[in-house]
Ligand binder design. Structure first.
Ligand SMILES: *[C@@H]1O[C@H](CO)[C@@H](O)[C@H](O)[C@H]1NC(C)=O
Ligand SMILES: *[C@@H]1O[C@H](CO)[C@@H](O)[C@H](O)[C@H]1NC(C)=O
Ligand SMILES: *[C@@H]1O[C@H](CO)[C@@H](O)[C@H](O)[C@H]1NC(C)=O
Ligand SMILES: *[C@@H]1O[C@H](CO)[C@@H](O)[C@H](O)[C@H]1NC(C)=O
Ligand SMILES: *[C@@H]1O[C@H](CO)[C@@H](O)[C@H](O)[C@H]1NC(C)=O
Ligand SMILES: *[C@@H]1O[C@H](CO)[C@@H](O)[C@H](O)[C@H]1NC(C)=O
Ligand SMILES: *[C@@H]1O[C@H](CO)[C@@H](O)[C@H](O)[C@H]1NC(C)=O
Ligand SMILES: *[C@@H]1O[C@H](CO)[C@@H](O)[C@H](O)[C@H]1NC(C)=O
Ligand SMILES: *[C@@H]1O[C@H](CO)[C@@H](O)[C@H](O)[C@H]1NC(C)=O
Ligand SMILES: *[C@@H]1O[C@H](CO)[C@@H](O)[C@H](O)[C@H]1NC(C)=O
Ligand SMILES: *[C@@H]1O[C@H](CO)[C@@H](O)[C@H](O)[C@H]1NC(C)=O
Ligand SMILES: *[C@@H]1O[C@H](CO)[C@@H](O)[C@H](O)[C@H]1NC(C)=O
Length: 537
């Protein structure tokens, strides 16, 4: 419409001003866009079909002849040819072909038409560069969470292209990245998980409208935030040791390496972190180390260690139960790692029989402590050895507990027994009294006379006296003799003292000294003097 509306104007101008100026068709300007390596055809005016003599020039600073419809004139370049009796056809365009072209048509009058040829190139060789990232074996890029990532997109294009970035998160639509800006490069600080996805660089040649894009997948990896945790347990079902290493919340999953320590013998390497060992590989106190390694984690990995231990048992060696009563055994396991399985057994037969819980046997487990309660003890059934067995894959410990079952003893029975024993005692004493009654009465009479003697002495003496009495007839003489016999020690002591006194008195006369010598002798040297003087006496 615009071209059609303008078309008459040059005509009018030409008609009016053919004499005024040779080139007045400046307004009749067409713009043609071509692309490098392509062909282009420039029309001379808007008229197709037979025309007069057409000559094409290039008009940059001055007119340069290119081609004429007068066949006797050679085209300036073989790439130029005439199409449709007037149009200029240029083959394999290059950027140098861009410029203003003019065509001259000579018919009744001479007319000039101008064409502005613009040449676009690309975009091609679009390249995306994402830096500060690693590359997986399959070529996919990854960046560490929290890191800074630089994105840039380069391409070869003329005129310079407009670059747009598009982003597609997993399982969602592709959408423009950023707030509809265009930039060939940008930075992302503090990469996070929601920035993982496909980044598309879209380069657009605004002249040709041609666009190209390149999509690059970027994964955002994060190491587990904490340290690995490891433990040992009994593998369910089997009696193997299961080592487990957990290092959660990392992306992707870390790798685990279990080794024996010290020595570093490899037990296993996996993404699961679980290894099973049979008993031949275990010994008390052995250590196992798990090293967790993550693609964006610490280079040397982080580790944790477990030490396996066989169980120890603490229990009482023997217990007593009354018939019909209850008794409770306690078995305390310590030091076991992994925790031991505790069993109660009865060794009535070989192999020993595991005691199953019942109304008779109550078994309670509380952590590494277990109790066995036997209700309603019976002598024949329950007396004997009981075994507490603690077992983990590292080792086994057993403790024997002896249970003795006794008949119940009631208070009435005890009292009755004591009373009957007392009565029996009394009866025996009475019998003795009756048998020895005369001497007993006589002896009592004598006992009162010798008040300073103890009862025991009396009984002992009485036996001697009985013997003596049987021998001697004179009671009075015997009594005196007894007194003499009983008192010899005291008499001797007194006599010593007497003798000492006598000697001292004698000495006083010899020494002629006063009271001091007497006091010294009687005080300090008494015992020595007594012994010395005993012999001469
Ligand atoms: C350009 O023109 C030549 C000759 O007319 C032809 O052989 C060639 O295929 C054309 N090239 C393109 C890209 O159209
Ligand atoms: C050549 O171009 C100049 C300006 O670019 C213009 O003024 C002139 O008229 C042109 N000549 C022809 C013959 O079109
Ligand atoms: C074509 O060009 C030749 C050589 O320049 C010239 O002699 C001849 O007159 C031209 N023909 C026309 C029709 O202009
Ligand atoms: C062609 O002419 C237009 C004006 O008509 C001018 O703006 C443009 O720069 C010219 N192109 C070249 C390559 O000289
Ligand atoms: C000029 O062109 C017109 C049509 O455009 C035509 O009618 C006329 O015969 C031509 N010849 C001369 C000599 O003007
Ligand atoms: C490359 O490997 C990673 C991790 O194994 C995977 O997530 C990604 O999809 C793979 N990419 C391609 C193109 O196979
Ligand atoms: C982005 O800009 C283009 C033009 O540059 C516009 O057509 C489009 O609607 C804009 N999109 C948004 C989301 O602003
Ligand atoms: C990226 O694109 C590829 C190919 O379309 C697709 O397989 C992959 O899952 C995409 N990755 C993400 C993170 O969306
Ligand atoms: C225990 O493990 C060792 C080494 O893995 C193996 O040679 C042995 O046969 C295993 N023994 C049993 C009883 O599984
Ligand atoms: C034995 O234990 C049972 C159940 O706890 C209880 O009912 C019973 O009275 C207890 N017997 C004795 C003698 O303590
Ligand atoms: C039960 O254990 C005790 C103590 O170890 C042992 O003396 C006894 O012989 C064992 N009884 C049987 C039947 O094995
Ligand atoms: C206790 O055991 C005896 C036999 O051992 C049985 O006769 C009696 O009924 C039992 N008592 C209870 C309360 O179970």
């Amino acid at each position: 419409m615009a071209a059609g509306g303008r078309a008459p104007a040059p005509w009018v101008l030409l008609c009016l001003g053919a004499l005024l100026a040779p080139w007045v068709s400046a307004g009749l300007e067409a713009v043609v866009i071509g692309e490098v390596h392509e062909n282009v055809t420039l029309l001379c005016g808007s008229v197709l079909g037979p025309r007069g003599l057409v000559t094409w020039y290039r008009n940059d600073s001055e007119l340069v002849f290119l081609l004429s419809s007068n066949s006797s004139l050679q085209p300036a370049d073989p790439r130029y040819s005439l199409a449709n009796a007037g149009s200029l056809h240029i083959e394999t365009l290059s950027l140098q072909d861009e410029g203003n072209y003019t065509c001259q048509e000579v018919l009744n009058e001479t007319r000039w038409f101008r064409v502005w040829l613009q040449v676009a190139s690309g975009p091609c060789q679009v390249e995306v560069n994402i830096s500060s990232t690693g590359t997986l074996p399959n070529g996919t890029l990854y960046a560490a969470k929290g890191s800074q990532v630089d994105f840039s997109c380069s391409s070869s294009s003329w005129p310079p292209p407009i670059v747009e970035w598009w982003f597609q998160a997993p399982d969602s639509r592709t959408e423009p990245f950023g707030n509809n800006w265009t930039a060939s490069s940008f930075k992302l600080f503090l990469m996070s998980q929601n920035l993982q996805g496909n980044y598309t660089c879209l380069a657009k040649n605004m002249l040709s409208g041609r666009h190209r894009n390149v999509t690059t997948e970027l994964l955002v990896y994060s190491p587990p935030p904490s340290v690995p945790q490891c433990w040992a347990e009994m593998s369910p079902g089997t009696f193997m040791l299961q080592l487990t290493c957990r290092w959660d919340k990392g992306y992707p999953d870390p790798n685990f390496l279990w080794t024996e320590e010290p020595g570093g013998v490899v037990v296993g390497k996996s993404q699961l972190g679980v290894e099973r060992l049979n008993q031949s590989q275990l010994s008390d106190g052995k250590k196992f180390k798990c090293v967790g390694s993550h693609i964006v984690g610490p280079e040397s990995g982080t580790s944790c260690m477990v030490q396996i231990r066989s169980p120890s048992i603490l229990s009482e060696p023997m217990k007593t139960c009354f018939v019909g009563g209850n008794v409770t055994f306690t078995c305390q396991v310590s030091g076991a790692y992994p925790p031991a399985k505790i069993l109660w057994l009865r060794n009535l037969t070989q192999p020993e029989v595991v005691i199953q819980p019942s109304s008779h046997y109550v078994i309670t487990h509380n952590g590494q402590s277990s109790t066995l309660t036997i209700r309603n003890c019976s002598q024949g059934l329950d007396e004997g050895y009981y075994v507490c067995r603690a077992e983990n894959p590292v080792g086994l410990r057993e403790v024997d507990i002896w249970l003795s079952v006794k008949e119940p003893v009631n208070i009435g029975g005890i009292v009755g027994t004591i009373v009957s024993l007392l009565l029996l005692g009394l009866a025996i004493i009475s019998g003795l009294i009756l048998y020895y009654s005369p001497m007993f009465c006589w002896k009592v009479g004598r006992t009162f006379r010798r008040q300073d003697m103890g009862d025991v002495m009396v009984l002992v003496d009485s036996e001697e006296e009985e013997v003596e009495e049987e021998k001697d007839v004179a009671e009075e003489e015997e009594e005196e003799a007894n007194e003499r016999v009983e008192l010899p020690k005291e008499v001797q002591k007194h006599s010593h003292i007497h003798r000492v006194t006598a000697l001292v008195n004698g000495n006083i006369e010899q020494m002629g000294n006063g009271l001091q010598a007497l006091q010294d002798d009687s005080g300090e040297q008494q015992s020595d003097t007594v012994q010395d003087d005993d012999r001469p006496v």
